[in-house]
Design a protein around this ligand. Structure first.
Ligand SMILES: C[S@@+](CC[C@H](N)C(=O)[O-])C[C@H]1O[C@@H](n2cnc3c(N)ncnc32)[C@H](O)[C@@H]1O
Length: 337
């Protein structure tokens, strides 16, 4: 606990400096990494048994980026910007993150690589005992619809923070039919928040959860994996499949969309670069292990490249410059207890 307080105070004193150098930024990152590592004592000792979903703690992850963009906060109280941020940014974002208008039609090559991976992996993972499956960050339902193709998945729950994405998902014929049959429910839910599920207070006790191309939007893997664990049934053997932009691609670009409402400008959203190792480490803390016997060399991890010119032609615009480079990965996890 002392180490957690010490790292937190280091962070606070560093960000309050009126001159911040590259070296200070590195020290801030180091203090934050130490704080995230050490604060698990508050979970282990039962002070925060369900993890950390605290907005002020969450905001720590934004300091380095925001200092780089806008200079030193110089002692500014973060609650001033925080209260404005909710009204000015969070509420409009929840109504529409701007992606939904073009998400299914913008020929994003990463979605196509994801389609290839998901088509290969889902049949390996979905067994007859997989009854209830959550699609977390389901967006417009691209992969939610695929889950409905497996008869064993008799209850599918699609969750997303953005109402606009769910509105598009509801118009997909497979999803509309699933809703009529009572086989699928869609609802707004923020994995980084602390609200209960939108389907009443009951936990879904899901057998499995998929979350594709979502992690790059999440500032904390620890928070999301603890929340994911709570959606799954207790005990060993429930599984999770996540796919995400590979860090090799993530460090160069991020999620973006053409905003027609803004003169057709390309808009870039906030992004976080996570790799397979980050996921394995954080997931282990939340009670998951890499699934054996699937993935590249049975590691539970798949890494995908744009293989060659022919592959790039099929994947479409933007993929050519990524030939033989890593663009996407998937990780299959299983609960250990
Ligand atoms: C790139 S889209 C992926 C959508 C879909 N999973 C797919 O593969 O096509 C990312 C989705 O994550 C959702 N998302 C972002 N942050 C989230 C959060 N904190 N909780 C739940 N969903 C979130 C966004 O609203 C968006 O629909």
């Amino acid at each position: 606990m002392l180490r957690a307080f010490s790292a937190f105070l280091d962070f606070c004193y560093l960000v309050r400096r009126n001159t911040i150098t590259e070296q200070t930024l590195r020290e801030i990152e180091d203090a934050l990494a130490r704080y995230h590592r050490e604060r698990t004592i508050f979970e282990e000792s039962g002070v925060r048994p369900n993890g950390f979903c605290l907005p002020r703690q969450h905001s720590l992850t934004h300091y380095v980026y925001l200092i780089t963009e806008f200079a030193a906060p110089n002692g500014l109280c973060s609650s001033i910007t925080e209260s404005k941020h909710t009204k000015a940014v969070k509420e409009p974002w929840r109504r529409s993150n701007g992606f939904e208008a073009t998400y299914d039609t913008d020929e994003n090559f990463l979605q196509r690589v994801d389609n290839e991976l998901v088509a290969e992996v889902l049949p390996q993972l979905l067994s007859t005992s997989t009854k209830t499956v959550v699609d977390l960050g389901c967006g417009t339902g691209r992969n939610t619809a695929k889950l409905l193709g497996f008869p064993s998945a008799d209850q599918v729950l699609g969750l997303d923070v953005t109402e606009g994405m769910l509105d598009v998902a509801r118009t997909r014929p497979e999803l509309a039919e699933g809703m009529r049959e009572g086989r699928i429910a869609l609802g707004v839910w923020d994995v980084m928040g602390s609200d209960p599920l939108p389907f009443g207070n009951e936990q879904p006790n899901a057998d499995a959860l998929i979350s594709t191309l979502v992690l790059e939007h999440l500032p904390s893997l620890d928070t999301s994996f603890l929340r994911v664990r709570q959606l799954l049934r207790p005990g060993a053997g429930a599984w999770v499949l996540v796919t995400n932009m590979h860090p090799v691609l993530g460090r160069q670009g991020g999620a973006n969309f053409i905003d027609d409402a803004n003169g057709g400008m390309r808009m870039w959203t906030e992004k976080y670069v996570w790799g397979p190792e980050d996921i394995l480490v954080v997931a282990a803390r939340a009670g998951f292990a890499a699934m054996q016997c699937v993935g590249d060399e049975g590691s539970g991890v798949w890494v995908r490249t744009v293989r060659d010119e022919e592959h790039a032609r099929r994947l479409g615009a933007g993929s050519g410059k990524w030939i033989r480079k890593e663009v996407l990965f998937g990780v299959a996890l299983v609960t250990t207890e």
